[in-house]
Design a protein around this ligand. Structure first.
Ligand code: AMP
Length: 479
């Protein structure tokens, strides 16, 4: 199959050639002819499948081939997205695919001044990529009118509902012309999405290029179990030990993101952050620096989980698991895009067993587990499985009846404590029995190959290497 056979015009084919796209992806093969034919589409497409080109290419073609030029304060194609980052990224795709075409494109999202957006809309735009809240603000102020809208695209529809945009979406649907084309793209298909689809789509072409809730098959995933308080230090250790050089790192809270980034910066890593407290220009700058390679670790909350397209991203690290299982699919979908292979590693503590079980049920696989010598969890993570069961909650290891003497020497007659179970780790991640300062030497064989070809937990790998300047992370702060 070639793009030419899908009926795309020469101008678009030239741009695809310049981008080195040789063959259409499965979602493109199905979506492009349907969209060109004016049909409604409902697509369950895994993230990274090329869905943006699946709608942008045929819509650009329809724009240049048909319809009156756009009038003042009017829009011809309206693309709704959940986040500002995705808005910029989708716009960028339209720009690349539409090089040389006479089309006006713009984004509109909150968190930045509304006035430049109102000014830009005065001349009318062919494609407006917007987040729902700002779009409604603009509409209420008559800066944008919908009577010329010929196509509505909902990109990452499930995410928009997750983020609570359902009322805004209903308000937009009510204001749009009834006669229009509607394309709905969603990585996952919940009941809410199906209900919405039923109310806004007309005899849609259904496209499903993979199991809707599956993760990209080329992504190698595993879990490292650890105590919550040890996560930052384990993260630092893993990055140094495995020479992880370019990774997107997810942390639950904004404070946690800043904490981890500051720790890594102190250790000499080039790090930046993306989270909801950061102004939009700073978020976009961080993304650009990460994409260009000036920043090697990008630490983010789930705001960054969807839509970000970063070429050749080999690794996603979940320092915390997401609350919503579907976000796991989106997070790790940042790697392994467009057929490339990728790796996703999650640091999981005992509290996160329910989230892990929900993720395994969603992706229908039990994730392989590892322990990092010296970071073994004292609070063991209960066994989980793809049946969503938490199989067994293991008992906490019993505290020794007789405490170790202050010198660190075991009290005669007492069973020695298991290494890693409660032993203090020094600033370099070495495990030291209290007062002794010795490195952990327990290493377990592992078949898992990490990026760079280094086996995890290599047998006989001995004491861990020092990492950086050696500041220990406070135990109480969340990662
Ligand atoms: P998307 O799922 O739309 O975010 O696209 C994921 C990535 O795949 C982006 O980097 C696109 O540039 C790339 N891509 C999309 N379609 C193709 C194609 N037919 N051939 C090669 N790369 C593609």
């Amino acid at each position: 199959m070639s793009f030419a056979l899908l009926g795309l015009i020469d101008a678009l084919l030239r741009n695809l050639q310049a981008l080195k796209y040789q063959t259409p992806t499965p979602v493109q093969t199905k979506a492009i002819p349907a969209v060109l034919g004016g049909k409604d589409v409902m697509a369950a497409a895994q993230t990274g499948t090329g869905k943006t080109a699946g709608f942008a290419l045929p819509l650009l073609q329809r724009l240049v081939q048909s319809g009156p030029p756009v009038a003042s304060n009017r829009v011809r194609v309206l693309v709704l997205v959940p986040t500002r980052e995705l808005a910029e990224q989708v716009l960028q795709s339209f720009v690349e695919y539409g090089q040389g075409l006479d089309v006006r494109l713009m984004t509109a999202y909150g968190g930045v001044s509304i006035n430049p957006q109102m000014m830009k809309l005065r001349k009318g735009v062919d494609v407006l990529v917007a987040t729902p809240g700002r779009l409604l603000d603009l509409h209420r102020q008559n800066a944008v009118r919908f009577d010329q809208v010929q196509t509505l695209v909902l990109d990452e529809a499930d995410r928009m509902l997750d983020l609570g945009f359902s009322r805004e979406l209903d308000a937009v649907f009510a204001a749009l012309p009834a006669q229009r084309q509607t394309l709905l793209f969603s990585a996952t298909f919940t009941d809410d999405i199906r209900t919405m689809a039923a109310s806004i789509l007309r005899s849609p072409v259904n496209i499903s290029v993979s199991q809707p809730n599956a993760t990209a098959s080329k992504i190698k995933q595993w879990v490292v179990t650890v105590d919550k308080k040890d996560k930052p230090e384990l993260f630092l250790h893993l990055v140094a030990e495995n020479k992880w050089d370019h990774a997107l790192v997810f942390v639950k809270t904004r404070e946690g993101v800043e904490y981890l980034a500051a720790m890594m910066e102190r250790e000499g890593y080039a790090v930046d952050t993306i989270h909801g407290d950061k102004p939009q220009p700073a978020r976009l700058r961080a993304l650009e620096r990460f994409k260009s390679g000036n920043v090697r670790l990008l630490v983010a909350t789930d705001v960054a989980a969807r839509g970000l397209d970063i070429d050749d991203l080999p690794l996603v690290i979940n320092v915390d698991l997401p609350i919503v299982a579907q976000d796991y699919v989106h997070r790790i979908g940042r790697t392994g895009r467009a057929g490339a292979s990728g790796v996703a590693v999650s640091l999981v503590c005992a509290d996160e067993a329910p989230q892990l079980a929900a993720i395994e049920a969603l992706i229908q696989q039990t994730l392989p587990r590892e322990e990092e010598p010296g970071f073994e969890a004292e609070h063991r993570v209960p066994q989980t499985s793809a049946t969503r069961q938490i199989i067994k909650k293991p008992k906490k290891p019993k505290k020794p009846k007789v405490l170790q003497a202050a010198s660190g020497a075991a009290v005669p007659g007492q069973k020695p404590r298991q290494q890693g179970a409660g032993n203090k780790r020094n600033a370099n991640g070495r495990v030291a029995a209290a007062g002794k300062g010795t490195g952990s030497s327990r290493a377990k064989p592992s078949a898992t190959q990490k990026p760079g070809g280094k086996p995890a937990g290599k047998p006989g790998s001995g004491p861990r290497k020092p990492v950086g300047k050696g500041r220990s992370a406070p135990g109480k702060r969340p990662a």
